[in-house]
Design a protein around this ligand. Structure first.
Ligand code: PLP
Length: 302
């Protein structure tokens, strides 16, 4: 790997995945120089929350919604931290060359210089942000999207999945289990109801109607989920927010998952059983087009 900090090297190649400038507590630094304390509560206890925000053509996608969700997470875990997030993240993206980037932002409760479960309200939160390259979903046609296969696993997470907390061990383990079983995604089931995927929301289609689990503390309120429902409403696709059990899932004509960085992705097999005819569905194709068109217009200012 080249050592230079520029996105465009002298040789003219864009160094994908080598986003070098990070943000840490008020400073923009080369990633090698960014250091946090071993007593940081994010490190010791997972006492922190995060956001992932896609920037397309250097412009944040649904920025206000992401900031609102971050503030919801911060309030819920009682971390007090107000910042001009727009300005910080835009500067970070610009310093990393703009384009199509995913920004990871984490706010921990900070460090008291010792390990103790109890905390003092006077702690200074640690704020960290970095970028990585993402694909331009709106320029990728529906035919290019790789469909997924998934397993269903018990949802062993806590009861505040609406908080975007960095305590992601259950999510990590189920995704690894999926990988071990030769598939790409894991769907959580709690009390006989499907909740969401390892890092995505869940949708199904039956006889042309779109269904998704209701918003509750069992799922993360996905920015993409919200947009899909807005687009469905606007374009006459009927939808309902309901409980989805295993039988309903397997009997669906189509299953999709959604997230900001991956967009809307079809799931064509669950636990070894084909969903519908095992192909990308027509409602998915319609929604994919509406979604990517919406993004495209927003990003290009058309
Ligand atoms: N559910 C979980 C558990 C997630 O981690 C994510 C994204 O990371 C989502 C849903 C999708 O949310 P969004 O559409 O805001 O990316």
């Amino acid at each position: 790997m080249h050592g230079c900090p520029h996105v465009l090297c002298r040789c003219g190649y864009l160094r994908l995945g080598d986003m070098n400038t990070v943000y840490l507590n008020g400073e923009f630094l080369p990633e090698q120089e960014a250091k946090v304390s071993v007593f940081d509560r994010g490190f010791l206890f997972g006492d922190s929350v995060y956001e992932v925000i896609p920037f397309y053509q250097g412009v944040g996608f649904r920025m206000q919604e992401h900031i609102d969700r971050l503030n919801h997470s911060l309030r819920a875990v009682r971390i007090k931290n107000e910042q001009n997030w727009d300005a910080i993240l835009q500067t970070l993206v610009d310093k990393n060359g703009g384009g199509n980037l995913s920004v990871y932002l984490q706010v921990t409760r900070g460090s008291a210089g010792k390990r103790s479960h109890v905390y003092d309200d006077s702690l200074q939160p640690t704020v960290f942000a970095c970028c990585s390259q993402i694909k331009d979903i709106w320029q990728e046609g529906a035919d290019e999207v790789l469909p997924l296969k998934a397993i269903v696993t018990e949802d062993l997470r806590w009861h505040r999945c609406d908080i975007k907390s960095t305590c992601l061990l259950p999510n990590i383990l189920v995704l690894q289990q999926a990988k071990d079983e030769g598939v790409q995604e894991a769907l959580f089931s709690r009390d006989e109801k499907l909740t969401e995927g390892s890092a995505c929301n869940l949708f199904l289609v039956k006889r042309g109607v779109l269904y998704t689990p209701k918003r509750s503390s069992d799922i993360l309120g996905g920015i993409t989920r919200e947009l899909i429902l807005e687009l469905a409403d606007k374009h006459g696709v009927q939808f309902q927010e309901i409980d989805i059990d295993y039988e309903r899932l397997l009997a669906a004509d189509e299953v999709w998952v959604s997230s900001s960085t991956r967009g809307i992705v079809p799931v064509i097999e669950v636990d070894g059983q084909l969903i519908g005819d095992g192909q990308k569905g027509i409602v998915w194709r319609k929604m994919f087009e509406l979604f990517t068109d919406f993004q495209h217009k927003l990003m290009t200012g058309q």
